[in-house]
Write a protein that binds this ligand. Structure first.
Ligand code: GP9
Ligand code: MN
Length: 632
């Protein structure tokens, strides 16, 4: 049927095979949510349209180069697909240009990557093998060159295909490229390869933004921040931790759903549960990170800005001007230190910490790391805390010491002797193991508290602990639904699963469980408030969690947000208590659509977008270089 002495046929065959493979990957390797028939059609057409466009270029080459071009293009495309598959399995997200160039991270991913490979992945090679086999058999017969007319025809047909795809995507999701908030929407409407092109253009544009940015943009942003975040409102919590040592613990991948919850009839986190009794515990505290994960969580609490929509500001903007938490504390004679038993270059921390004015960074070189005391990503947390104590006790007081844990990290591996709770039993190995590493973290924190007490540090410290981001991605929704005894994980549930624990523990204070909505962007102003530090000159998107004049929503980086009464995500407004969908539904040709601006969430949608774009502008344009914090 496909005669290989006809070049058009070879390119058509290659496009059909590659397109079909891409479609299979979309459908079965990614968790792409298909909401209606139109989306199904777009998702099906797109891989073929892109393959025809890319492989169709071959007709412009001299005959002897045509096969080679087709093969190289297919290999390149396959690599892109496969890297995305692996990344998606870990992060439930697609790769972006800045993340791709965070090479040192890729090198450190080692154990994670192996755990992500599955035997069925071999299917990604099927089309390559077929093309190799066919061209090998008939290599000599392939000598056709195309007349110019035919070349142009191939090119025009490819573009018509692509344009058709784009038009359908615009009908389905108006202003998709302008808004581009959600990578999954982009991928399902324009395809993975076009998404990468889009991402590269976006990224280059943001680089250019710095070059062309000027200080004039700052005044709008400053007045917005002034209007929407609290002033230094005095509450009875103001200054209660004045001059105390601040010990901040990042609880790797810890989500709130495990707190006060059980597995096999046992508490998962007995110590953290008990700690709630004498801490300020925020039960509706949301992480606001994006692709930068731990680094984003750090970025948010050190700057009180939002992380970037793609990539990690720690990498892409590590030389920007910021007014950081360590810098503000240094003005009050605090020494700052970060403890983390991983390579200093991971997430580009070493350069970012210099820029944020962190005084000491105790990285992997400060620890004795052996095979015995390591698992998964590196040193076990219990060892980490134990070995950190000698450094902590040597710091001049008062200090701001930040500890970043590591054991509760995907793929959540743990040595048998460290496991004190049985695994869960579901189709997700990741979730099954998660409970064991979470329990391990709980014990590690308890031991850390014991060390602090033994060294006489505990009594005079303000201990703050925060989950950095989710540990279980959407990819494991089925298993998660099984654990939570739900039929499925809805978009509403997904948002509720973005809650992470946030503790403020001060010996001698009773504390309370606080149910108000809160987020990572609020951490910095809250800390300053407790320490009694005037932060009215700071440009912060968060508000002090003990104040009464709080912002009325917590915005997540993908444009979703939570208010006292509602949760908005994926163009849908939900009642926060019941999870019921709000607003009127009207049926259109392409399925059930709700005009979200007409729902009770409506008024906030634009404001959240505005706020994110202000934060992005500050970072992309490096606008603080035009700002003098001192004189404000
Ligand atoms: C790496 C550790 C984990 O040093 O903080 O980073 P993550 O993968 O969670 O962003
Ligand atoms: Mn993390």
């Amino acid at each position: 049927m496909f005669q290989t002495n006809n070049k058009l046929n070879l390119y058509v065959l290659a496009s059909l095979l590659f397109g079909a493979k891409t479609y299979i990957i979309y459908r079965f390797f990614f968790n792409i949510d298909i909401e209606n028939f139109m989306q199904e059609i777009i998702l099906f057409i797109n891989p073929f349209a892109t393959a025809f466009l890319i492989l169709g270029v071959s007709v412009w080459f001299k005959e002897k180069h045509q096969i080679r071009y087709i093969k190289y293009a297919m290999i390149f495309g396959t690599l892109i697909l496969y890297f995305n598959i692996l990344f998606y399995r870990n992060f439930g997200d697609f790769l972006t240009f800045p993340v791709l160039f965070q090479g040192s991270n890729a090198a450190d991913l080692g154990s994670s990557i192996l755990a992500l490979v599955e035997p069925f992945d071999l299917i990604v090679l099927a089309d390559l093998i077929a093309i190799w086999w066919i061209t090998k058999r008939d290599q000599l017969a392939i000598t056709v060159s195309f007349p110019k007319k035919k070349k142009l025809l191939v090119l025009s047909v490819s573009f018509v295909f692509l344009l058709g795809n784009y038009v359908l995507a615009e009908i389905e999701r108006p202003q998709l490229l302008q808004r581009g908030f959600d990578r999954e929407y982009l991928v399902k409407n324009i395809g993975l390869f076009n998404f990468h092109v889009y991402d590269v253009i976006q990224h280059s544009r943001s680089r250019a933004q710095r070059v062309f940015a000027d200080g004039n943009e700052l005044s709008d942003i400053l007045s917005y921040v002034d209007e929407h975040t609290t002033d230094n409102e005095e509450t009875d919590m103001y200054g209660i931790a004045e001059d105390k040592n601040v010990i901040f613990v990042t609880l790797e991948s810890l989500q709130s759903f495990v707190i006060n919850n059980e597995l096999h009839g046992e508490e998962i986190t007995p110590f953290l549960n008990e700690l709630i009794d004498d801490s300020y515990y925020f039960e509706n505290f949301y992480h606001q990170t994006e692709q930068g994960k731990t680094a984003d969580s750090e970025f948010i609490m050190e700057t009180s800005l939002y992380p970037l929509p793609s990539g990690s500001a720690y990498f892409t903007h590590s030389s920007n001007e910021f007014l950081s938490t360590p810098q503000m504390l240094a003005e009050e004679d605090y020494t700052s230190a970060v403890f983390h038993a991983n390579n200093a270059s991971f997430w580009n921390r070493n350069s970012m910490y210099d820029n944020l004015d962190v005084d000491h960074f105790y990285d992997i070189d400060a620890y004795e790391v052996t095979d015995d005391n390591s698992v998964g990503w590196g040193m076990k947390d219990k060892e980490f805390f134990e070995q950190s104590m000698k450094y902590l006790t040597s710091l001049p007081e008062p200090y701001y010491a930040r500890f970043i844990t590591l054991t509760n990290h995907h793929p959540f591996d743990l040595d048998e002797e460290d496991a004190t709770i049985d695994k869960f039993d579901s189709n997700s190995r990741t979730l099954n193991q998660y409970f064991q590493t979470v329990r391990y973290m709980d014990e590690a924190i308890e031991e850390f508290f014991d060390h602090l007490k033994a060294e006489g540090i505990y009594e005079d410290s303000l201990i703050v602990m925060m989950g950095d981001h989710y540990g279980i991605s959407d990819f494991h929704d089925r298993a998660m639904a099984q654990y939570l005894e739900k039929d499925e994980i809805t978009p509403y549930d997904h948002i509720q699963l973005q809650r992470v624990p946030f503790y403020i523990h001060m010996p001698g204070h009773e504390g309370e469980v606080i149910s108000d909505i809160s987020g990572q962007v609020d951490v910095k102003p809250t800390l300053m408030h407790l320490l009694g530090i005037d932060d009215s000159h700071d440009v912060s998107f968060g508000t002090n969690l003990f104040g009464s004049d709080r912002k009325e929503y917590i915005a997540l980086r993908d444009g979703s947000f939570i208010t006292d009464d509602y949760i908005y995500t994926r163009d849908t407004c939900y009642d926060r208590e019941s999870g019921e969908v709000e607003g009127t539904e009207s049926t259109s040709l392409i399925g059930d659509e709700v005009d979200s601006t007409e729902t009770p969430c409506g008024p906030m949608i634009e404001q959240v977008e505005q706020e994110m774009s202000y934060s992005d502008k500050l970072i992309y344009g490096d606008l603080f270089r035009f700002h003098d914090f001192e004189t404000e």
